[in-house]
Design a protein around this ligand. Structure first.
Ligand SMILES: C[S@@+](CC[C@H](N)C(=O)[O-])C[C@H]1O[C@@H](n2cnc3c(N)ncnc32)[C@H](O)[C@@H]1O
Length: 311
């Protein structure tokens, strides 16, 4: 089953809401084609396994595999692992996190894109239950050393370097690197203390729209220049004229959440509505609201007058 954050009744959801029952909760980040996830689920039918993966094609492949094999104790989230860690699991709710063959980002200038950074480990310490752990397996020695250093800097984990468990060497990438004769590195990071730094809440708003006096413009053009939003940017990618008005394909990147959504500009009983469309059930975050404000400002510059502002 695919997890749709915007449709969840509570935030973060309880394992009961996600899986229909309680059980040891395990998060796998970057599950790729899901063959390891499926094996893990079958080996531990009592576990509740949440997978996070940024590649839509991989999520699709993994979903098909889980359905084909009739596996019921896995839920998949299409999106960033850090977002799932932050928002889809309760504090101290995780028994284990598994990261197999994370993207190594070998170039120095790309290192900030690596998953297992100090900030990630700090947040992880809040989400792991007492004695909970993270299992890392990789073929990339420099990344391995990097992760050990980043975790070490937090002082929140006990680290044990050990040979990888056999099951972790049967993932798609493990098999590929085995064939290429590469060496493997494995570590278990066990939580020993918790980070006290408050984790800024991801605010979720119910509305993000404005009503404007005036009539729908004949044409609407928006610059592709990125609009700065809290912790990221928003970009208006494309404006399309539909039957009822304009759809604005908008890309919003925030700290650990990236969304593509549709903003709408259409006639309303009072004049013109400009706001978030329902398509895709986007999360109405501060960044999304900033994007709507930029759109409304553009309409105001075209002579429409804001009469109600819910941004
Ligand atoms: C090298 S592949 C390994 C896949 C799988 N674990 C395996 O061993 O075959 C890395 C995977 O992590 C995913 N990924 C990269 N960054 C991610 C992130 N921030 N959150 C979730 N998945 C991510 C990629 O899309 C890719 O599928």
């Amino acid at each position: 089953m695919l997890v749709r954050p915007a449709l969840l009744p509570s935030w973060p959801p309880s394992p009961e809401e996600l899986f229909g029952r309680e059980g040891p909760l395990v998060l796998e980040i970057g599950f790729g084609d899901g063959r390891f996830t499926a094996e893990l689920a079958k080996a531990h039918p009592d576990w509740l396994i949440l997978g996070a993966e940024v590649s839509a094609a991989s999520v699709h492949r993994a979903l098909r595999r889980l359905r084909r094999e009739g596996i019921g104790n896995v839920r998949l989230y299409l999106g960033e692992g850090p977002f799932a860690l932050r928002n889809l699991v309760p504090d101290r709710g995780l028994r284990r996190v598994i990261v197999n063959f994370p993207d190594p980002w070998p170039k120095k200038r790309h290192q900030e894109r690596r998953l297992l950074q100090e900030s990630f480990f700090r947040r992880l310490s809040r989400k792991l239950a007492e004695g909970g752990d993270l299992l890392l397996t990789t073929d990339h020695e420099a990344y391995f050393r990097f992760a050990l250093e980043e975790a070490g800097r937090t002082g929140l984990f006990r680290v044990a370097v050990a040979p990888p468990p056999e099951a972790h060497l049967r993932t798609k990438y493990a098999l590929k690197w085995k064939e290429a004769g590469r060496a493997f590195f494995h570590a278990v990071f066990t939580k020993v203390a918790e980070d006290e730094t408050p984790w800024p809440p991801l605010r979720r708003y119910e509305m993000a729209h404005a009503l404007l006096e005036g009539s729908l413009p004949e044409a609407l053009s928006l610059e592709k220049t990125p609009v700065p939003v809290a912790g990221g940017v928003a970009v208006f990618l494309e404006v399309v004229r539909g039957e009822r008005g304009f759809y604005v394909l908008t890309h919003v990147e925030e700290e650990d959440l990236t969304q593509d959504l549709l903003l709408e500009v259409r006639p309303s009983a009072r004049g013109v509505y400009a706001g978030v469309g329902r398509f895709g059930s986007p999360l109405i975050t501060e960044g999304v609201k900033e994007a709507v404000r930029a759109l409304v400002a553009r309409l105001a510059s075209m002579g429409l007058r804001v009469v109600q502002d819910h941004t």
